[in-house]
Ligand binder design. Structure first.
Ligand code: ARG
Length: 459
């Protein structure tokens, strides 16, 4: 039913009904819409804008609609256009003409802005909870695997040996920032747009602080024009989701690579890998590939809404209805990813032998040889050059740095002594990197302790 039919003499075209409607997707906001209406009707009565009796009839009917929605009885009708009108149509079916008083001093423009904020506030809290749980799981894995050495890469070339836990904690840091980003969005959006009206406020003596407080907001928004045209919190959610997905996509890429038979650092559990319909030997990392793939889709949502909004004049324009599908799709994606990624990761088998032997390859301790020569009095530049010659010599004779004899080392630099071997072992290379944030075990333990303290402050 068209609640705005007064001005029109012809029926709307069916094509328009279909094209214009958002009810097929904004029905997700149904419970929040009713929640907002309940606060609004209480305020209308308190301010004597409608009578207490009318307000209680409306409240009862709204509660009934809420239970119809929860039980799945509610009929979503495309002709009602959106969830806001669908609820109002049902309200007048139940309560009669009194139902028509609910929309006093309100517009769908402030209503939809309110519904979105209420919805986002809950959704962001759920995402924060999932990021926290994942972080705790990652931290536990880092503690459990402490001591396992792997190669660290730059340019995807073996660079220096690192602790596997240090590597995991790099991803933990990203997650901790992701958590903070979502949390900040929650804090920033916590203002009520209800009462902004169509754009200019209302002639009725409403009490915006009352509804804000009833709905758990810190305060009402400051500017009615901005209130109905602002979708920053949706955009911020899409941006924070894009960054989170980017982090998990990088992690996914590494899991794909490191679980190949060429690397064999990780082996996915059977429960989280898939087979091939033709090649019997295959164990495919579909989960991580999908996470990587879905990242593009989340970026797409961010770009879609940014683009939809870039030319919009103030205040509300119907273009803004295009905020919902990208938002819902992104939240579905992020939730699904945050559900499956942690158990997939935590159930992987960690092949510490393969990681260790890879860490010893590729002259990963050549920097340590240079550092050693610096300690023996060489300038870093000279030391770097000598270590480079040692690498080139090792390649020519086909053995690792650790396998060179003292005589061979001395050919390269007379400063080398017997203690060089203690310096250029993989373990020494790791444990001498004691600078703050470095890969030495004692520093990794500091990172673990600090992350634990921070996580304890997360809600
Ligand atoms: N379904 C609309 C949306 O999602 C609700 C607001 C409609 N406002 C209007 N003036 N037509 O944006």
């Amino acid at each position: 039913m068209k609640l705005w039919k007064g001005r029109f003499s012809e029926r709307t075209n069916e094509l328009l009904d279909k094209f214009n409607a958002s009810i097929t997707f904004d029905k997700r906001l149904a419970e929040y819409d009713i929640c907002g209406s309940l606060a609004h009707v209480k305020m209308l009565a308190k301010q004597n804008i409608i009578s207490k009796e009318d307000a209680s009839v409306i409240e009862d009917a709204l509660k009934r609609i809420l239970s119809e929605i929860k039980s799945g009885e509610f009929r979503f009708n495309i002709e009602d256009e959106d969830i806001h009108m669908a609820v109002e149509v049902r309200l007048t079916e139940i309560a009669g003409s009194v139902g028509g008083k609910l929309h006093t001093a309100r517009s769908r423009n402030d209503q939809v802005a309110l519904d979105l904020r209420l919805y986002l506030r809950d959704e962001l809290a759920k995402i924060n909870g999932k990021i926290k749980d994942f972080s705790l799981g990652l931290l536990e894995l880092a503690e459990k695997q402490l001591g396992v050495i792997m190669p660290g890469y730059t340019h995807m070339q073996i660079a220096q040996p690192i602790l596997f836990s240090h590597y995991l904690l790099a991803y933990l840091q990203m997650l901790l920032r992701d958590y903070a980003r979502f949390k900040e969005i929650r804090q920033r959006l916590n203002l009520s747009p209800l009462g902004a009206g169509a754009l200019a406020g209302t002639t009725f003596p409403i009490d915006r602080r009352f509804t804000a407080e009833k709905l758990g907001f810190a305060a009402p928004t400051e500017n009615s024009i901005d209130s109905v045209s602002d979708r920053d919190s949706v955009l911020e959610t899409l941006a924070a989701s894009s960054i989170l997905m980017m982090h998990l996509s990088r992690f996914s890429e590494e899991i794909v690579l490191y679980s190949t038979s060429e690397f064999a650092f990780f082996e996915l559990s059977d429960a989280f890998s898939t087979g091939s319909s033709i090649m019997p030997q295959k164990k495919n990392p579909d989960v991580t590939e999908l996470v990587r793939g879905k990242t593009g889709r989340v970026y797409g949502s961010l770009i879609a809404l940014l683009t939809a909004m870039k030319g919009l004049p103030l205040a509300y324009n119907k273009d803004l209805q295009e905020d919902k599908e990208p938002l819902f799709d992104t939240l579905d994606t992020v939730n699904a990813v945050l559900e499956i990624f942690p158990p997939m990761l935590l159930s992987m088998r960690i092949n510490s032998d393969a990681m260790y032997s890879a860490a010893a390859k590729g002259f990963s301790t050549a920097t340590d040889l240079a550092d050693y020569l610096v300690l023996k009095g060489e300038s870093f530049r000279n030391a770097h050059e000598a270590a480079g010659r040692a690498v080139s010599y090792s390649i020519s004779v086909g053995k690792g740095l650790q396998k060179l004899s003292l005589e061979e080392f001395r050919q390269i630099s007379p400063k080398v002594e017997e203690d060089v071997y203690g310096f250029i072992s993989v373990e020494a290379a790791v444990n001498r990197r004691k600078s703050y944030g470095g890969t030495a075990k004692e520093q990794v333990l500091v990172q673990i302790e600090n992350a634990k303290k921070l996580l304890a402050t997360f809600d």
